[in-house]
Design a protein around this ligand. Structure first.
Ligand SMILES: C[S@@+](CC[C@H](N)C(=O)[O-])C[C@H]1O[C@@H](n2cnc3c(N)ncnc32)[C@H](O)[C@@H]1O
Length: 367
């Protein structure tokens, strides 16, 4: 069950998709901290850093972190935000390359002076995580856990991660490996309670969603953490990212990136639900609805089952169902045009209106 070393060749398109999702999330997460009067310090932890870049110089996660920091350097200084970066790589040779790579960036980063601290580690992930977790626990953190296979985000690590109150995390997992290896003793050691029958009955392309459900099933009822997937298919293999946050703003930002990456389904780098077929029209006389159409249909039913609904309820419903505000707004506009609901002005379905400014708005459903 040895995972392929992605640093021996050029990064594939799929690796770049994964890294871009992480980079875009960091790019929208960091300004939240910069602008917040309550956040004075943040930690960005890249626990499986690799050497910094690909063999042919394409930016890996470490260089992507640095370039996002550089992008915001004047605002970081102005707001006096302390940024601590942790890079970690276990393999000695790659760790050496990582150190060299970061060293080359130091000159450009000098302008951030004492507002930036970069620490480099050559440690086994779990050992480093255990040594840092108490210190990091209550901070405002973003963790990127770009493991090669499956074995590092074990149940105990996951349960600890979701205990952190202000930490957003993104981890990579080779989901289709479960299909091939789940019954191996080495796998069973890490995933004792995984349902082997369910795995064998699940299509390869659905494996990442199944693994997402496995982790969701571990979340205690009292926890506010929400998990969202992005499936990445490469040939016959299926991998993916699992993103976790306790904050609706984090969910909103991640889902915008996911739908931006694939406007067909917002959750995969391919047509995971055959939505393209649905868009093409009638198949054997039956018109299959696309993911977005199914959502619009369900949302309309949900709204029409009520007498009155608020923008906050609608925004929460949107995120809960893995969609973005634009999808909900379109339904509301259509319902208004068709004289089914009543409201004045803009629908106000956004994090800003619903949570930051608490602008409550009501939509009246016509009998
Ligand atoms: C998928 S790669 C990460 C790629 C990286 N994010 C990039 O952009 O280049 C996973 C990395 O984790 C390292 N690694 C493997 N086992 C590890 C462990 N137990 N602790 C920390 N790093 C480990 C591997 O050497 C490899 O470089």
């Amino acid at each position: 069950m040895s995972a392929k070393d992605l640093h021996k060749e050029s990064f594939t398109e799929e690796t770049i998709t994964k890294l871009e999702i992480f980079e875009k999330y960091l790019e929208s997460w960091l300004p939240v901290a910069i602008e917040s009067p309550f956040i004075k310090e943040v930690n960005i932890c890249d626990f499986f850093s690799g050497p910094g870049k690909s063999v042919d110089g394409v930016k890996g996660s470490p260089l992507r972190v640095i370039s996002v920091i550089n992008k915001y350097y004047d605002r970081i200084i102005k707001q006096k935000l302390q940024i601590n970066i942790l890079f970690n790589e276990y393999i000695k040779k790659k760790y050496g390359q990582l150190c060299d790579c970061i060293k080359l960036e130091q000159e450009g980063l000098k302008r951030l002076e004492s507002f930036l601290k970069i620490e480099l580690f050559n440690k086994e992930f779990k050992e480093l995580f255990n040594s840092k977790k108490t210190l990091l626990k209550n901070d405002f953190n973003l963790f990127f856990l770009d493991q090669s296979g499956v074995k590092h985000i074990t149940e105990d690590v996951f349960l600890e991660l979701i205990e952190f109150p202000k930490t957003d995390f993104m981890f990579f997992i080779s989901s289709s490996s479960f299909k091939r290896f789940a019954s191996d003793p080495s796998f069973q050691k890490h995933f004792r309670d995984i349902n082997l029958q369910e795995i064998s009955m699940t299509k390869q392309t659905e494996m990442h969603k199944l693994i997402l459900q496995y982790y969701r099933g571990k979340i205690p009822r009292t926890s506010k953490v929400k998990l969202y997937p992005f499936t990445i298919k490469k040939g016959v293999n299926v991998y993916g990212l699992i993103f976790g946050t306790k904050h609706p703003l984090g969910v909103d930002k991640f889902l915008k990136i996911a739908w931006d990456t694939n406007e067909l389904n917002g959750e995969a780098n391919f047509d995971i639900d055959d939505d393209w077929e649905a868009k093409q029209g009638v198949l054997f006389g039956v018109r299959k609805l696309s993911k977005r159409e199914r959502y619009e249909h369900e949302l309309e039913k949900y709204i029409m089952s009520k007498k009155d609904i608020s923008n906050i309820e609608l925004f929460d419903y949107t995120l809960e169902n893995g969609h973005i505000a634009a999808h909900t707004i379109e339904v509301l506009k259509r319902l208004k045009k068709n004289n089914k609901i009543e409201y004045e002005g803009h629908p106000c379905i956004s994090y800003d209106k619903c949570y930051k400014k608490s602008e409550l708005k009501h939509f009246k459903i016509k009998p």
